[in-house]
Design a protein around this ligand. Structure first.
Ligand code: BES
Ligand code: MN
Ligand code: ZN
Length: 511
């Protein structure tokens, strides 16, 4: 059951046909002048009731603030919900957030259809967002806010899905203007649907338990997705990986009965262009820590240790649908990090595909070890710039919490374009210092590098370790260990997998 989203201009005094009317307002829209025109949001009595709430300080149209008013038969919709929008930290985020609140209110009130009324400034692009972008982010906010993790139960709980959402604006522009706006809105809604659907796809991958999504199953899923989108797919199994010298991937995977895989997707949208993006996503389907075993509390959240893989797969899904004129090689190293008699041990030295050796000092620093080989695979396939996405370090949550993704780079220009794409996507990225001095912390007495530099500057040393394998090409590392999984819902993100970085990468590669 899909949600249909549309846009139209509303005629004055037309009867509302939806079960829920949502009205998006800014604080300044609540200000009335004595003797001035009363607002015309829904119905004189309901509008009046809202103004009284505002006077009493009960509703200020602050960000994400809502006021539900039962209509008691005044109009055919059972409820009206007024929702605050305020441009903070950006106009796009305010709209995304407001739309997610509309979605949550609709499911709480079990409404099948919603009409979301917008003031003219939002519709014409005078509220800080171009019309197409406003349409996109509202659509994203609604669909992402509606999405929930599906539990596996004997009797599945019916999930509420709104069938129809109409974004409406008061008519009253000239013919030509309204035609242009209509076209911008329809295109923005389409793009928003593609972005939201791919984000939900990534969330669902992240939410899969480790026993349901092994490295082999992740590879099969990537193959299915690539086939549906007409993207070239290649998988390197444990035998081929051994032939190619992928000691990093094989080392991490060797403790588990479920063998590792290297997944490669090729998208060629600009055959004449020499630039090739490399998107690399950490795909540890479950991280126990290995012999350097993690403590038990919260270990179940380590099903999210393939959040980087989900992000790049989600981004490829958008690329496969929108077909931008860029070239992309996506690489996902996927393995299960388990303790066993065959597992890597602290002190082991392994050889990577690049020829560099790694001293394993902590088997729980496994992400960078599989990423090392994945970076080499991307470089060997001719990428000219690389972005890796990984749930790499607990240290990034110590520094940035679950609010920001941490970044490490060797190229400030590329970093800035990633940060800006993140801004458009409503995903915040904060650069950490990437000074080469930190590199010394991962020098080893036994090998080219050791896989942990200890607790200090853990996110930076983890990132710089991966960067060694970029072979001097422009590279950005995104540590999503704090942002890939939430323990309580927030704005348009639900509990569990967030699908973070899907939209940032897609914004970067499609605009
Ligand atoms: N997958 C973890 C990082 C992680 C922690 C992700 C919490 C999500 C939530 C990673 O493999 C890991 O264990 N990193 C170690 C690195 C250390 C041993 C250098 C860490 O952060 O403790
Ligand atoms: Mn680990
Ligand atoms: Zn891990």
């Amino acid at each position: 059951m899909e949600t249909q989203l549309t846009f139209r201009f509303r005629q004055p005094d037309e009867a509302a046909a939806s079960e829920l009317i949502a009205v998006l307002l800014r604080p300044e829209d609540l200000k009335t002048t004595p003797g001035g025109e009363p607002p015309q949001w829904v119905h004189p009595q309901i509008d009046e009731a809202l103004l009284r709430y505002a006077e009493q300080g009960l509703f200020g149209a602050r960000p994400l603030e809502t006021q539900v008013i039962p209509t008691l038969g005044l109009i055919s919709a059972a409820h009206v919900v007024f929702v605050g929008v305020q441009a903070a930290p950006s106009a796009a985020d305010a709209l995304r957030g407001a739309a997610s609140v509309v979605a949550r209110t609709a499911s709480r009130l079990k409404a099948q259809s919603v009409e979301a009324r917008m003031i003219r400034d939002i519709v014409i692009g005078a509220a800080g967002c171009e019309p197409g972008q406003a349409a996109q982010v509202l659509t994203e906010g609604f669909l992402l806010g509606q999405h929930r993790r599906q539990a596996e139960r004997r009797e599945p709980k019916p999930t509420h899905v709104v069938r129809h959402v109409e974004w409406t604006a008061e008519a009253g522009l000239n013919e030509q203007e309204s035609q242009q706006l209509q076209a911008d809105w329809v295109a923005g809604i389409d793009r928003g649907q593609v972005f939201a659907e791919a984000t939900c796809y990534a969330r669902e991958l992240v939410n899969q338990p480790g026993n349901r999504l092994t490295p082999e199953q992740l590879a099969e899923e990537a193959e299915r997705m690539a086939a549906n989108l007409d993207i070239d797919f290649e998988v390197i199994d444990e035998w081929a990986a051994a032939e190619q010298g992928m000691g990093g991937l094989l080392g991490v995977g060797q403790g588990s009965i479920n063998p590792p895989r290297m997944i490669v997707l090729h998208y060629q949208g600009a055959p004449d262009d020499d630039e090739v993006w490399g998107l690399i996503g950490k795909g540890i389907t479950f991280d126990t820590g290995g012999i350097s075993l993690k403590r038990a509390p919260g270990m179940e959240e380590m099903i999210s240790d393939m959040g980087g893989a989900a992000a790049v797969l989600g981004a490829m899904r958008i690329i496969g649908k929108l077909r931008p004129r860029v070239n992309v090689v996506m690489v996902v190293p996927t393995a299960e990090n388990m303790p066993s008699d065959r597992a890597l041990k602290p002190g082991d030295v392994i050889s990577t595909m690049s020829g560099r050796t790694i001293e394993i000092v902590n088997t729980d620093a496994e992400g960078r070890v599989v990423l090392a080989d994945a970076m080499t695979v991307a470089v060997n396939r001719g990428v000219t710039k690389l972005i890796d996405v990984a749930t790499l370090t607990g240290a990034v949550s110590v520094a940035l919490g679950d609010v920001m993704t941490g970044a490490v780079t060797n190229d400030e220009t590329l970093l800035q374009s990633v940060v800006q794409a993140g801004h458009r996507a409503g995903e915040r990225i904060w650069p950490l210092p990437s000074d080469p001095q930190y590199r010394q912390l991962i020098d080893s007495d036994a090998a080219d590098l050791k896989n942990s530099g200890g607790r200090y500057a853990g996110t930076i040393t983890g990132g710089l370790f991966v960067g060694v394998f970029a072979e001097e090409k422009p590279w950005v590392h995104l540590d999503i260990a704090g942002t890939a999984w939430l323990t309580k819902e927030r704005g348009w993100e639900g509990k569990g997998g967030t699908g973070v970085m899907v939209r940032t990468l897609a914004e970067l590669l499609t605009s």
